[in-house]
Design a protein around this ligand. Structure first.
Ligand SMILES: [Zn+2]
Length: 165
């Protein structure tokens, strides 16, 4: 898996990252985005972590794979995490700024922190999330930009369908 070398280099074991190491959290989301691309899907990935940095769930956009327009990366990661009583101390990393739908998920469940790989290709709801008191950490990752934009160049119709513009 592409993220393993990086993970080892960063010194985190298995599914644990330092809670302040946002780039390591983003790397898990990026690995998911790459997996989605390999499946023929839209390369957007996401991962949810608890307050100790334990990985709770990971996932990627499966619109194409599942013929499901609601299968956004953040939702996929969130569903994979299962139930918990509170999300206030959780952090969700995503390779692309969350759309309105996924920003709504963050608000609905009270996720405390959102780590955003990039918001250049799509701004999504991050200003609204900040206004609502959600902590938004922007990584401005060129790797995230390049991965998604290369897909958009090849499959603009799928991207336009996904993002609802
Ligand atoms: Zn979304």
């Amino acid at each position: 898996m592409a993220g393993e070398g990086y993970a080892a280099a960063k010194g985190w074991e298995g599914d644990h990252v330092s809670t302040e190491d946002y780039s390591a959290m983003l790397e898990v989301a990026l690995a998911e985005a790459r997996a989605g691309l390999q499946e023929g899907g839209i390369p957007i990935g996401s991962a949810l972590f608890d307050a100790s940095g334990r990985l709770l769930g990971r996932g990627h956009n499966r619109r194409v794979q599942h013929d499901d327009p609601s299968a956004h990366a953040e939702v996929d990661a969130f569903r994979a995490a299962g139930r918990r009583p509170s999300y206030a101390d959780t952090t969700i990393a995503t390779t692309l700024a969350p759309c309105w739908y996924c920003s709504g998920l963050v608000r609905q469940f009270g996720i405390g922190t959102v780590v955003v790989g990039e918001s250049r290709t799509f701004q999504g709801g991050i200003d609204w999330l900040r206004d609502c008191g959600v902590r938004v950490v922007e990584c401005d990752s060129q790797e995230c930009v390049d991965l998604l934009r290369s897909f958009i160049r090849l499959r603009p119709e799928v991207w336009n369908e996904d993002i609802g513009v």
